[in-house]
Write a protein that binds this ligand. Structure first.
Ligand code: PMP
Length: 428
């Protein structure tokens, strides 16, 4: 039994494959894939060795100039992401990549003489990172207190970002999200809107809810019509759902894309990229200033290259394997819930899965929000007691890595059976 108090964080000393080793002797199965970073598991030799070689060369201390590593990672990203993405600029984390993309979208319009296009529309309840602009664009995960903080923030122009409802994505809804976006653009005035940002699939901000087929073509058409840049936040889904990310899976054609997590193989690295013509506007080629002391540092580049090289070289086994394993764990936990008489709806896309504690299908934010979050909290704690770590919110996804063996899948399903049993016992 893994017990801890609220002020007693889990301290991880070592990790290997899907297993985390805590300093108090507990061993925990990581169903969060190192905060989504490690879709091929922890402690990969290929990555550790390449990072060690880069440190040994000592050239990691001069990150400001471009380097062969930086060029190589850009080349690999453009090779594997969808064709529209010709150039990338690196940052140290996903939040910074999103912030840079938002700023770039506004300055892009200014550079083309559209001075008034300075507002961003995001979907409500989305998470795009921890910077002010990213939080404003997303309304960050149902945290009403964030909205409060943002509105009180002295330097923030509350008109900077607007929020479209997300979740009005489905035909059953009174107004679909694409129509809501168009209405918002018209309400604010098309000449004031620089960009629309969204995750390609709800993942970090509601749990797994894939879009319907018609959604993205409609959004693309609306953005083009009103000269609004479409920004895909693939910090979570890039290289996870497929080599080409969720945009490959759902057929999205964004103007700008943000990547993070996996592309640095666990080192601080993220990026935003776009079509060559647009990215030429960035300094030093163009007038839009962009800089970062640690951006594109050789150590992160080396780890990123090793990770992306591995994923591309083993794409079939990696993505087919993740699909198979995650389907098995999704089904197993769903069956365990059913057997225990606990209502759980399972949504999955590739290696991302959310078990919603609700009895009705989850097709949008409203149906996700109807979940019993207290029950999810009990499940999360009971799973941890059984040695399985799940991301701690009902409105997030769990993630597997290729390091999960079939024994680990069985371990997870068995842990869920015991967790559900303990929840029932506590109820009686
Ligand atoms: N966008 C999305 C969709 C994310 O999931 C996250 C992080 N979970 C971010 C942006 C921010 O990335 P980071 O934590 O690396 O700053």
């Amino acid at each position: 039994m893994f017990m801890r108090g609220p002020h007693d964080p889990i301290r991880i000393e070592r990790a290997e494959g899907p297993w985390l080793y805590a300093s108090d002797g507990h061993k925990i199965l990581d169903a969060g894939a190192g905060a989504v970073v490690v879709n091929i598991g922890q402690g990969r030799r290929e990555i550790a060795e390449v990072a060690a070689r880069t440190i040994a060369k000592l050239d990691y201390i001069v990150p400001v100039w471009t380097s062969p590593e930086r060029e190589k990672l850009v080349e690999r990203l453009t090779r594997w992401t969808p064709p529209g993405l010709a150039r990338f600029y690196f940052t140290s984390g996903g939040s910074e990549a999103v912030e840079a993309a938002l700023k770039f979208a506004i300055l892009y319009h200014k550079a083309r003489g559209k001075q008034s296009k300075s507002k961003i529309i995001g979907r409500r309840f989305s998470y795009h990172g921890n910077t002010i602009a990213a939080l404003s664009a997303g309304g960050s995960s149902r945290r009403a207190d964030y909205e409060h903080i943002l509105l009180d923030w002295p330097k923030i122009d509350p008109t900077y970002c607007y929020r479209c409802p997300w979740g009005k994505t489905y035909p059953s809804c009174e107004i679909d999200c694409a129509t809501a976006l168009e209405k918002e653009i018209l309400k604010q005035g098309p000449d004031s809107i620089a960009a629309f940002i969204a995750e390609p699939m709800m993942g970090s901000s509601g749990g797994v809810v894939p879009p319907i087929k018609e959604y993205w073509p409609k959004i693309r058409e609306i953005c083009t019509r009103y000269n609004v840049l479409l920004i895909a936040d693939e910090v979570m889904t890039g290289f996870r759902l497929a080599l080409g990310g969720a945009q490959q899976v759902f057929g999205i054609d964004p103007d700008l894309t943000c990547l993070g997590k996996i592309i640095g193989g666990g080192l601080p690295c993220a990026a935003f990229g776009g079509k060559a013509k647009m990215m030429d506007l960035l300094a030093p080629l163009g007038p839009v200033y962009q800089a970062g002391t640690l951006s594109g540092n050789p150590l992160a580049m080396a780890a990123g290259i090793a990770t992306v090289r591995y994923l591309a070289g083993h794409a079939v086994e990696v993505y087919a394997g993740l699909e198979k394993e995650t389907a098995a764990v999704a089904k197993g936990v769903a069956a365990a819930a059913r057997d225990a008489g606990i209502k759980v709806e399972t949504n999955r896309a590739g290696s991302m899965v959310t078990w919603f504690f609700t009895g009705a299908p989850v097709t949008d934010f409203a149906t996700a929000a109807a979940s019993d979050t207290e029950a999810f909290g009990r499940f999360h704690r009971a799973m941890l007691d059984q040695g399985v770590w799940l991301p701690p919110s009902q409105f997030e996804a769990a993630f597997l890595s290729t390091a999960h063996s079939s024994a680990d899948i069985e371990f997870t399903v068995e842990a869920a059976r015991k967790a559900f049993a303990s929840m029932l016992a506590a109820r009686n």
